[in-house]
Write a protein that binds this ligand. Structure first.
Ligand code: IMP
Length: 199
């Protein structure tokens, strides 16, 4: 029987990326949304704290190991913001958020940006393991591209000239902050430092 895992997200963009990243491991992944699990408030002050809170809530409600990420866009022009407040900063209007960030970037250094992903694996018994993935890059002068979600049209990863939204899903999957965190989880599952056990 394949291992079962709850992906503790209600965000369809993240769910799609996780299912594709975890497919090679033969893990049967169900989303918190599909199980009707409630979405806890993100009350922690950092990515790791929010990821842990979401993973623990889903693992205890489902009686299964649960994986949650808390991620966000960090701009040097906003001293690393909006960061954990990425979703609230955009408030559903991403073009307006992009315009505010672009307007704040003046010096060359202020065009730097990065995505952070904290990934937490929680067991039904309350133990957790957290992995942090980063992707460094810069802000696009004009947001571009149709693929992806959230801040993807604004972010040009280092070594590329296209935004995440132009690069598309398959290319993003090789280089993204979420992929970097998932790679650490996969290494831990392979070498036995992390396991998927039910209650
Ligand atoms: P949360 O982790 O569910 O709190 O949401 C984080 C927010 O950060 C998302 O709603 C997006 O605005 C943004 N975000 C996180 N990861 C990505 C990504 O891979 N691409 C674009 N935006 C992202």
């Amino acid at each position: 029987m394949s291992a079962r895992l709850v992906i503790a997200t209600h965000n369809p963009g993240k769910l799609r990326e996780f299912q594709s990243l975890l497919a090679p491991l033969g893990i049967e992944a169900t989303s918190a949304g599909a199980l009707g699990l409630p979405e806890p408030d993100e009350t922690a002050s950092d990515f790791a704290g929010n990821a842990r809170l979401k993973a623990l809530a889903a693992a205890s409600a489902a009686g299964l190991p649960a994986l949650a990420d808390d991620s966000g866009f960090c701009a040097a022009a906003l001293d690393g913001g909006p960061g954990v407040l990425s979703s609230r900063y955009a408030a559903g209007d991403y073009p307006a958020a992009f315009a505010r960030i672009i307007a704040a970037a003046r010096t060359a250094d202020e065009w730097r940006a990065w995505f952070t992903c904290a990934l937490c694996l929680a067991q039904p018994n309350g133990t957790t393991q957290t992995y942090i993935g980063l992707a460094h890059g810069r802000i696009a002068q004009t947001p571009r591209g149709q693929d992806g979600f959230g801040y993807d049209p604004l972010f040009i990863p280092d070594g590329h000239i296209q935004t995440y939204a132009e690069l598309g899903h398959a290319a993003k999957e090789n280089i993204s902050h979420r992929a970097a965190a998932v790679a650490q989880l996969m290494a831990a599952l392979h070498n036995g430092a992390a396991t998927l056990t039910s209650a």
